[in-house]
Design a protein. Structure first.
Length: 89
């Protein structure tokens, strides 16, 4: 199972953060760090962790201007693609 999708999501969130400002930038950077950590761990994240991440990214996309929301949505798509490879639920 590849975690490349999570690394891609982290990169997309960093790009979105660079285009954002203030509190949104900080929150996107925080999520980018979180996703990067999940990609680098010895054991991959479970469905619950990924579901919470999806919720956070969805909330950020709703709050963001359209161009930044597109980048967040692309990162969210990467997370969902990765989640579809996780065994379980």
């Amino acid at each position: 199972m590849t975690r490349e999708q999570l690394a891609d999501a982290s990169d997309r969130l960093r790009a979105a953060a660079a285009d954002a400002g203030g509190d949104l930038e900080a929150r996107l950077e925080e999520q980018a760090d979180r996703v990067d950590d999940l990609a680098e761990r010895e054991f991959g994240p479970d469905h619950g962790t990924l579901a919470r991440l999806e919720t956070k990214l969805g909330n950020l996309a709703e709050e963001a201007p359209a161009t930044i929301a597109e980048e967040i949505d692309a990162a969210l798509a990467d997370v969902r693609a990765f989640r579809s490879t996780v065994d379980g639920v």
